[in-house]
Write a protein that binds this ligand. Sequence first.
Ligand SMILES: [Ca+2]
Ligand SMILES: [Ca+2]
Ligand SMILES: [Ca+2]
Length: 190
Amino acid sequence: MVSDFRKTKLLHIFNAFFDVDRNGYVDKNDFQVAAGTIATLRGWKQGDTTYNLLEENLLAIWTGLQGHADKDNDGKVSQDEWIQLWDDFAKNPESSKEWQDLLCRCIFQIEDSSNDGSIDCEEFSSVHASFGLDKQESIDAFKKMAAGKESITWPEFQELWKEYFITEDKDAPGNFIFGCFLCGLHKHSH
Ligand SMILES: [Ca+2]
Ligand SMILES: [Ca+2]
Ligand SMILES: [Ca+2]
């Protein structure tokens, strides 16, 4: 059984970052739209090497995700399939699949726009804003995640990433790696 707390976190990333076209599923089109969103944020044009590399990586992630999570083979990943996938990951994060490691690294690289090996508050909140999340809420989330530090390094990011999927502790810094996961909930309930 996945606790309501962890389910809320998993559905937060499903809705905020993966089901980009909002059709209730994660599918290939979401990754193509996401590539466009990120490229626009960075000022990359279709045909640029950087754009092609990004698209290639995102489609490789989609292929891995689909092969791993799409149990009923309908070409899309439902919320239930998504929750099952990350619950399996949480049970044994050290044996994560290649595409999951690539996903983690891609998110880090997308957020580290200065390419200096760490993510600061501005980089973090800008990427989140391009996905339609509230910038100030992401700034607040960054502060909780970084716990007083200016930036998050790649080794720190990997630990926070795992913590997001595993922890039941509401105060754990890893809860905030995808922004303010409870904020959307508050908004919808009012
Ligand atoms: Ca979708
Ligand atoms: Ca499916
Ligand atoms: Ca940086």
